[in-house]
Design a protein around this ligand. Structure first.
Ligand code: SF4
Length: 153
């Protein structure tokens, strides 16, 4: 089961997309100086297809992408939920705390995947020093588009 603690419409987390982003709890990672430690706990509301459908109805026509910020502890459920979003016809994104994409099957249901643990001294995606990467996925192929976060620096 996936649980979310909040959602919002965001414009920068996935370049060139208007994104409905869910913060998913129960993060299995333990990055030092985690910026969102509350997400390590198994808290929040169950994320169901109905929740997503209702929000997409509410923001009808405004959203081009749904992003799951987390979900690394429940990857089977994450895969199923991303498949559902793809069937609706929207693009899908996953912000993972893993350092690598653990299974190629995710390349078939996500249009974007961010990988890389949080290392405070290297910074997040908006810092050129970051270890994190955001990939765009087309036909199972990865394109590193992390540079898009640096265009206005
Ligand atoms: S992946 Fe994110 S939420 Fe999880 S421990 Fe690392 S910084 Fe915190």
């Amino acid at each position: 089961m996936l649980k979310y603690t909040s959602f919002e419409i965001v414009f920068q987390e996935v370049p060139d997309e208007v994104t409905l982003a869910f913060s998913i709890s129960n993060c299995p990672h333990r990055c030092i100086n985690c910026h969102s430690a509350y997400l390590r706990d198994d808290v929040g509301i169950e994320l169901t297809q109905l929740v997503i459908t209702k929000l997409l109805d509410k923001y009808s026509g405004e959203v081009s992408c749904v992003c799951f910020m987390g979900g690394d502890a429940n990857k089977d459920d994450l895969f199923d939920m991303a498949s559902f979003v793809k069937q609706i016809g929207l693009r899908t994104a996953w912000y993972s705390g893993d350092n690598n994409i653990s299974d190629d099957k995710f390349l078939s249901v996500f249009d974007y995947i961010k990988v890389g643990e949080y290392i405070e001294k290297l910074g997040g995606l908006k810092q050129k020093t970051t270890n994190q990467r955001l990939y765009k996925i087309t036909d199972m192929q990865l394109e590193d588009m992390t540079y898009k976060f640096w265009e206005h620096i």
